[in-house]
Design a protein around this ligand. Structure first.
Ligand SMILES: Nc1ncnc2c1ncn2[C@@H]1O[C@H](COP(=O)(O)OP(=O)(O)OP(=O)(O)O)[C@@H](O)[C@H]1O
Ligand SMILES: [Mg+2]
Length: 451
């Protein structure tokens, strides 16, 4: 954002500069944190901003914004005691941030009521904070779109996509991390297929795996980019090259723990080029940014060298929570059941909400009931499993959707295929049957015997 010339025009109030500073702070230091640390960062930053700096507020509040210091004091967060402990905790920070101008800027920051620092972006038209949630587009179901390509935007996907756009424009390499099934791959792919991005860039994907070699990676890079001169490769003139490296940390380390494809990437980014394997001359790489995605080490994923990760702007993709999951599956299932031609019976269309709630509940229940142990290490579930259940239901032949009872049976069948088939003994399978019955009862979708 700070690369944008618009912000350096004449009327650039200091309070807006402070907002941009805080926004940059949130999405640099804060963005790379995991789900447990983000609330702590939120508390830390709000505490830092609302420290009693001994200044009067010079804020640019509008009606929608409140002074977070007052608000925190009302609800006990950051109250007198908190401020005292903050003052101790942040002593080092306050020593650093002692200039009067800086203090004045900080006290001018206000956030919308009840918002976390990760919930907001600066609205460029009025320079006020705006919630990411207000930028989430309404999902429009497209019957022609294959299920695998469906991406329902949520607050987190909108935030990640917006940051990708900002960072790529400023030629910054990006690393998206997060546990498996958080949507890293589909969010980046969805972003790269935005028509505007497609027009302005040449992008391609390299999927790393345990067998990926440095030579293979180099061949893909040289093959997909244009040879502008004998010692210069890049995208076609006028376009920006975007290389999406998925599953970055999967290449198997060799005997001395190095991962050659990762070292090759590091050379591409750090030294901006690669060596010609035959002539041994240096080939410069121009106008190309790397977007990488990786999950935490474990299960075939390895630690990667910080000499590479330091070159990226890291964004932690948050876990998809219950409300986001409900939002995603509601959009898909409701869209599907209400867009069939000829239209499905009303009784079937009304099943959309209970089926979504039942899917989310069954997934959460499976995650908390069937925990991994050394003999059941594969008892791990993620969004991909819930998505497989929904996908199975949506892929049935149209005759299955005409009668509520059959649709519910189909849903139960898919639930068993995704979750029950993974269980290894009768005890767990019986427990799952009880859970499934409980879910059907809870959401009133249990088939009546005479239906
Ligand atoms: N916003 C979304 N809209 C629709 N489906 C989603 C969304 N987010 C995740 N999913 C579903 O979750 C599945 C997992 O997503 P994805 O493959 O992108 O995860 P990932 O973070 O790349 O996982 P991994 O670390 O294992 O590669 C997708 O196949 C998709 O069905
Ligand atoms: Mg992935």
């Amino acid at each position: 954002m700070l690369n944008n010339k618009k912000y350096y025009e004449d009327q650039y109030p200091a309070s807006l500069a402070a907002k941009h500073f805080v926004f940059a702070l949130i999405w640099t230091f804060g963005a790379s944190l995991d789900d447990q640390s983000k609330p702590r960062f939120n508390e830390f930053l709000i505490g830092l901003i609302t420290l009693d700096w001994g200044m009067t507020s010079g804020g640019d509040n509008d009606d929608n914004e409140i002074d977070i210091k007052k608000d925190n004091q009302q609800d006990g967060v950051g109250g007198k005691n908190k401020t005292t402990s903050n003052q101790t905790n942040y002593k080092a920070a306050s020593q650093f941030l002692t200039s009067e101008a800086f203090m004045q800027l900080l006290v001018s920051i206000t956030f919308p009521r009840g918002a976390s620092v990760f919930d907001v972006i600066i609205n460029e038209s009025n320079n006020q904070w705006e919630r990411w949630a207000s930028r989430v587009p309404v999902y429009k179901y497209d019957p022609q779109q294959p299920y695998e390509e469906i991406v329902v935007q949520t607050q987190d996907t909108v935030a990640t996509t917006t940051l990708l756009n900002m960072l790529i424009k400023s030629h910054t390499n990006i690393l998206i991390t997060g546990t498996t099934g958080t949507g890293k791959t589909i969010v980046v792919n969805d972003f790269l297929h935005i028509p505007d991005i497609q027009d302005k860039s040449l992008f391609f994907q390299i999927n790393f795996s345990a067998q990926t070699s440095a030579k293979g990676t180099q061949e893909v890079l040289e093959g997909r980019l244009t040879h502008r001169r004998s010692n210069l490769i890049g995208p076609p003139v006028g376009k920006q090259g975007i290389v999406f490296v998925d599953d970055l940390n999967t290449p198997t380390p060799e005997i001395y723990f190095a991962q050659p494809p990762i070292e090759l990437l590091r050379q591409c980014i750090d030294q901006k080029g690669i060596y010609d394997r035959k002539k041994l001359t240096f080939i410069h790489l121009t106008e190309t940014v790397f977007v990488a995605a990786c999950g935490p080490p474990g299960g075939g994923r390895h630690e990667i060298t910080q000499r590479l990760t330091r070159l990226f702007h890291t964004i932690g993709m948050p876990q998809v929570g219950t409300s986001a999951m409900t939002q995603i599956f509601s959009a898909i299932i409701t869209g599907f059941l209400t867009n069939q031609k000829p239209a499905l019976p009303q009784t079937v269309q009304e099943l959309a909400k209970p089926l979504v709630d039942a899917t989310v509940f069954l997934y959460n229940k499976a995650c908390t009931t069937f925990l991994p142990t050394p003999s059941k290490s594969h008892y791990t579930f993620n969004l991909r499993d819930a998505s497989s259940l929904v996908s199975g239901v949506l892929h049935a032949s149209p005759g299955c959707y005409q009668i509520p009872l059959i649709l519910v049976k189909l849903w139960s069948h898919e639930g068993c295929r995704v979750f029950r088939d993974r269980l290894i003994d009768d005890t767990d399978r019986n427990l799952f049957d009880c859970v499934l019955m409980g879910v059907l009862n809870k959401y009133y979708i249990r088939p009546e015997p005479d239906e």
